[in-house]
Design a protein around this ligand. Structure first.
Ligand code: ADP
Ligand code: MG
Length: 227
């Protein structure tokens, strides 16, 4: 039995907009197990980012329950949620979100410096993360000196430096040309082959076709399709 990382049961997210209610996600039910490689697909506005925010407990559901490693997220305090998130979840975004004044190495180290007690092996972790995305020889560069694909590699290294239980990537290839997108997809594939659990949002059916599991989101409703 693979070990369970995330479980959604009856999860909905509604936003009140004056008189109206927007249902961004409706009755989501699925399990993410260790080692899963999942694509979330759907048109713009279908609820993909809403789902990713819930999976990383950056936001709370209106209805239903999210379990992380078998425990309900809703019972944690804000601080408790932030602690679990920092230790166990790595985020990658479309816009890379690197700090331009810091070197590549310092950007990758950043999540460790938020830790009140940085790990004793912080230096090794940073070098390991840089090596895992093939950016060791650019460690002293600044983001502005890198291509889009290289910046996304650095952002992935930053997400990996805490050795998270799960990697959540929201349209990580959305700002990249198709050739560069393919190389970033290959990097995610390698990370998954090493055992990393990955959930990736894309609106490219080509990219999604490489995933073992595909969750299609349409108007907030999720339908699962297997490879
Ligand atoms: N903070 C918010 N307040 C109100 N409506 C929102 C908010 N965030 C998202 N929505 C709405 O929820 C729906 C899903 O949005 P989103 O999850 O961002 O879609 P996607 O990432 O698939 O493009 C959209 O109709 C969007 O307008
Ligand atoms: Mg989105």
């Amino acid at each position: 039995m693979p070990s369970e990382v995330l479980r959604l049961s009856g999860v909905s997210k509604r936003y009140r907009m004056g008189e109206n209610t927007v249902t961004a996600l409706a009755d989501a039910n699925f399990v993410i197990n260790e080692g899963d490689f999942v694509a979330i697909l759907g048109p713009s506005g279908s609820g993909k980012s809403t789902l990713m925010h819930l999976l990383g407990f950056l936001d709370s559901p209106t209805e239903g329950e999210i379990l992380f490693e078998g425990k309900p997220v809703s019972v944690l305090t804000e601080t408790g949620r932030a602690r679990v998130r920092a230790a166990k979840i790595g985020f990658v975004f479309q816009a890379f979100n690197l700090l331009p004044r810091l070197t590549v190495r310092a950007n990758v180290r950043l999540p460790l410096s938020y830790n009140p007690e940085p790990p004793a092996d912080a230096d090794e972790r940073v070098e390991r993360a840089l090596a895992s995305v093939g950016m060791t020889d650019r460690a002293h560069h600044r983001p502005g000196q890198l291509s889009g694909g290289q910046r996304q590699r650095v952002a992935i290294a930053r997400a990996l430096v805490n050795e998270p239980r799960i990697l959540l990537a929201d349209e990580p290839t959305g700002n990249l040309d198709s050739h560069t997108a393919a190389s970033i997809l290959n990097l995610f594939k390698e990370l998954n082959a090493q055992g990393r659990t990955i959930i990736l949002v894309t609106h490219s059916p080509e990219i999604a076709s490489h995933f073992k599991r595909r969750l299609h989101v349409l108007d907030g409703r999720i339908e699962e399709r297997f490879a």
